[in-house]
Design a protein around this ligand. Structure first.
Ligand code: FES
Length: 565
């Protein structure tokens, strides 16, 4: 198979005789110049466990490329480790890194004329960044997940990193000793790979299968498993097969595929970040897929997976019973998926799922049926109302409370809110409002895991709600409303909330209401003025100048097909 889509413009003919020495210098033979040039993108870093091993996976991908008749060359992109940055100024770089990753891929692969590529992700933002680049470049491409870390064990108790975050809150509120906290710290992350629950990284890996951009079954094998390496080889082969078939990402990332991903997100009670990232991927693909589409899907789908934080199980438990295809097949059989959506494998997802057979292993409480679900409602709801005219995202899969009413305790930034929780100042019935943490304001919509874990750790998970224009970690649980749009920094109504205001959250009705008369809000608006930007220069200032609101996926580039919202 010799599909050279555009590399001849860079490397063939007399004109390019001066270009070829560069590739001869990295090992190209005469014959290699006649083969497709395949980029093997590894989001790689030793600054955390999530993408620690992706260079090794890249070697396996290159084997698959070679088997299929291409030449693979590896190239890196950056990783910002969300867990390490949680609650620090570093968190502001997390979402920003997603768009930066997409930009670095565009720059590298467009500059060097690759014909096709495989992107290896891991930590939260590397995955949507790669999928955004897939849509943006629209060259034959396959996404490969780096894989989850194995769960830890404390006696009989299965540990994930969520336990470490919540143990901090439990220790601060006197529920566990420092020694107990240290044991959790030592045991909660025993191998490289990503955070072990259905947090953002594992959510995005499962959504990649639902979206059709990665091989069916490739999301759940742990980072350390031999099966992951086998998927790496297969992904290398698949990219060239996609090239042969003319399957490019924009043929895959269609409205139907995005709908399938949204349904899967809701059925698994996945991370709220999934909404933001799918909006951004849709934007890059030029597909009009908005919060209204999420809203529609969310009303049809119950939660069928008991994965952390909504349930007790880790990604490796899902892997044992067949992985993401077992979830997708249930949704497909229940008529909740759009089966005609094409995948990178060159076949519609319905056809792949028809063929896929689950292993003869009982589901053991990890998965449920659509007819007898784990929870009768979707894991995430879209809210609107006078506090979020452009929308907000409520995480409900990991709580039992669909509705909440309480009095606002307002903080301009996460740090002050965390101090208040740690000092025991937050009481049952409070709605903690954390603002000026939006896409432009922070900038970069930091995740609030430190403060949400502290609320849960203090035993307030069912009696205190949190509303923010920032984001949540996938490990967050409790009554949480994020992505409030417009954000405070651009004058959204969240900027006008005062201590003691009554706020009503209704996941059933899709409502987020600030119980303050319009005239009073108007009076407050007159005395509001936009804050000075937090950063005058550098990447954070550049990002703040470009970024759009959360209901547009917080993207930083124009849509390729000028989608009319
Ligand atoms: Fe990388 Fe959790 S910090 S996946």
């Amino acid at each position: 198979m010799r599909i050279k889509i555009r590399s001849p413009r860079w490397y063939d003919g007399v004109d390019n005789a001066s270009h070829r020495p560069y590739l001869r210098a990295v090992g190209f033979t005469e014959e290699d110049f006649s083969k497709p040039l395949v980029g093997v993108l590894a989001a790689w870093s030793e600054l955390g466990p999530c993408n620690y091993h992706t260079l090794e996976l890249a070697r396996y991908v290159k084997e698959g490329v070679k088997e299929a008749g291409g030449v693979g060359l590896a190239a890196p992109t950056i990783v910002v480790n969300d867990g390490i940055n949680m609650g620090t100024p570093g968190m502001r770089y997390s979402l920003i890194s997603r768009d930066l990753i997409a930009d670095t891929i565009e720059a590298q692969f467009n500059a060097h004329g690759v014909d096709a590529w495989i992107g290896i992700g891991g930590c939260d933002k590397t995955q949507p960044g790669i999928m955004m680049a897939m849509a943006r470049l629209d060259l034959p491409a396959v996404y490969l997940y780096g894989g989850t870390a194995e769960a830890g064990w404390l006696g009989e108790r299965e540990l994930t990193i969520e336990d470490a975050f919540e143990a901090v809150g439990a220790h601060l509120s006197g529920k566990i000793t420092q020694e107990e906290l240290r044991r959790v710290e030592e045991l909660s992350f025993p191998t490289y790979g990503t955070c072990q629950g259905l947090f953002t990284a594992n959510t995005m890996a499962i959504l990649a299968e639902a979206l059709g951009v990665s091989l069916l079954g490739s999301a759940t094998p742990p980072a350390t498993s031999a099966r992951r390496r086998a998927y790496a080889v297969a992904s290398g082969r698949a990219a060239l097969r996609a090239a042969e078939l003319g399957v490019t990402p924009r043929k895959v990332i269609t409205y139907d595929a995005l709908y399938n991903a949204a349904v899967t997100l809701f059925a698994t009670a996945g991370s709220t970040n999934g909404v933001l990232h799918l909006l951004a991927i849709a934007h890059e693909a030029g597909v009009k897929f908005t919060l209204d589409d999420f809203d529609e899907a969310s009303r049809k789908v119950p939660v069928i997976a008991a994965l952390r934080p909504a349930g007790p199980y880790a990604m490796q438990d899902l892997d044992r019973i067949g992985g993401a295809p077992r979830i997708l097949k249930k949704l497909y059989r229940a008529g909740l998926l759009r089966p005609e959506a094409l995948t990178v494998e060159g076949e519609p997802i319905g056809k792949l799922l028809e063929r896929w057979q689950p292993p003869a292993v009982p589901e053991a409480g990890v998965l449920y049926d659509v007819e007898r679900p784990y929870k009768p409602y979707s894991g995430i709801r879209i809210l609107r109302g006078n506090l979020a005219p452009s929308g907000a995202v409520m995480k409900i899969g990991a709580t039992n409370a669909l509705k909440f009413e309480g009095r606002a305790r307002v903080y301009d930034g996460e740090a002050d809110a965390f101090k208040a929780v740690a000092a025991g100042e937050i009481r049952p019935g409070n709605v903690v409002v954390i603002r000026y943490e939006g896409p432009k304001g922070a900038p970069g919509m930091p995740e609030m895991l430190k403060v949400t874990a502290a609320i849960v750790g203090a035993g307030l998970g069912e009696s205190v709600a949190l509303v923010t224009d920032g984001r949540f970690s996938g490990a967050t649980r409790g009554i949480m409303v994020g992505h409030v749009a417009p954000e405070a920094a651009v004058g959204g109504p969240i900027a006008l909330v005062e201590d003691g205001d009554r706020i009503a959250i209704d996941g059933d009705a899709g409502l987020l209401k600030l119980d303050v008369p319009d005239e009073e809000l108007e009076r407050r608006r007159k005395s509001w003025s936009p804050p000075k930007p937090n950063y005058a220069g550098g990447l954070l200032a550049k990002y703040a100048a470009l970024v759009q609101q959360a209901d547009r996926g917080a993207v930083t580039t124009p849509s390729p097909l000028s989608v009319d919202y």
